[in-house]
Design a protein around this ligand. Structure first.
Ligand code: SF4
Ligand code: SF4
Length: 195
C-alpha cells in the first residue's frame, strides 16, 4: 500500500512477464513463497465478503485473531477454521483501510493474487455481485509476452481453464476454477515445451 497505485483508477496495470509470473504463482500455491501483487491502495480482497481459510499449522496467525471470529471450516479436517466478514463484507482484521495483522496475516491472504483471473480468462464476478471490486481490479492487469515461452504458457493456462469449465469437472466458484487451471498449466506448459 505504498506504491501510489490508486485503487479507484481504471487504467491498465503492468502484471509482469507471463512465464515469470506463472512460475511465482506455482511456487505460491506450493506455499514456497508469498504472492507479490503490487496492490497499492487496493483492498478489494479484504472487502468482498470472503471467508478466509486458516490451517492448523498457522500458529502465529491464530494467536493474533480473536477466537470468537473463527469457526470450523465445513468439510475440512479438524483444526481448519474460517474467518468471516462483517455486514459490509469487510474482514474484521481490516482497520482504517489496512490489515491490522499484516505481519501475521493468514497464508490464504499471503498467496492470493487477483492476476489469476486475467491469466486464465475466468471472470471473477460473473455470478457473484459481492466480488465486483476484485473483478474491476483484475481486469486492469496487462501481462507482457517478451518470449515465445510466455505465449505458450499463457495459451496452456487458458486451455486448462477452458477444459475445467466442463460441468462434470467444474470447480464450485471462479477462484477455485482459476487456481486449478493455474495448477494444471504446470504440466500442460511443460508438455508444450517438449514438443
Ligand atoms: S484484488 Fe488484487 S490488487 Fe486488490 S488487494 Fe486483492 S490481490 Fe491486491
Ligand atoms: S487478514 Fe488482513 S489481508 Fe487477510 S483479508 Fe483480513 S484484512 Fe485482508
Amino acid at each position: 500500500m505504498t506504491d501510489g497505485i490508486d485503487a479507484d483508477d481504471d487504467g491498465p496495470l503492468a502484471a509482469g512477464d507471463f512465464s515469470a509470473w506463472l512460475a511465482g504463482m506455482h511456487a505460491a500455491l506450493r506455499a514456497e513463497q508469498e504472492s507479490d501483487v503490487p496492490c497499492g491502495t487496493c483492498t478489494a480482497c479484504c472487502t468482498s465478503s470472503q471467508f478466509v481459510h486458516i490451517e492448523p499449522d498457522e500458529i502465529d496467525t491464530l494467536a493474533h485473531i480473536p477466537k470468537e471470529l473463527l469457526f470450523p471450516a465445513p468439510r475440512a479436517p479438524r483444526g481448519h477454521v474460517l474467518m468471516g466478514y462483517d455486514e459490509r463484507g469487510h474482514c474484521p482484521m481490516l482497520v482504517d483501510g489496512g490489515c491490522s495483522i499484516y505481519a501475521h496475516r493468514p497464508r490464504t491472504c499471503r498467496t492470493y493474487d487477483c492476476r489469476i483471473f486475467p491469466a486464465t480468462g475466468v471472470e471473477v464476478d460473473a455470478d457473484d455481485d459481492t466480488k465486483v471490486a476484485i473483478g474491476r481490479r483484475s481486469r486492469r492487469w496487462r501481462f507482457s509476452f517478451p518470449t515465445h515461452a510466455d505465449r505458450v504458457a499463457y495459451e496452456s493456462t487458458r486451455s486448462a481453464a477452458a477444459s475445467l469449465r466442463e460441468p462434470a469437472d467444474a470447480p464450485p466458484n471462479a477462484t477455485g476454477l482459476a487456481v486449478r487451471a493455474i495448477e494444471r498449466s504446470d504440466s500442460t506448459s511443460s508438455r508444450a515445451h517438449d514438443d
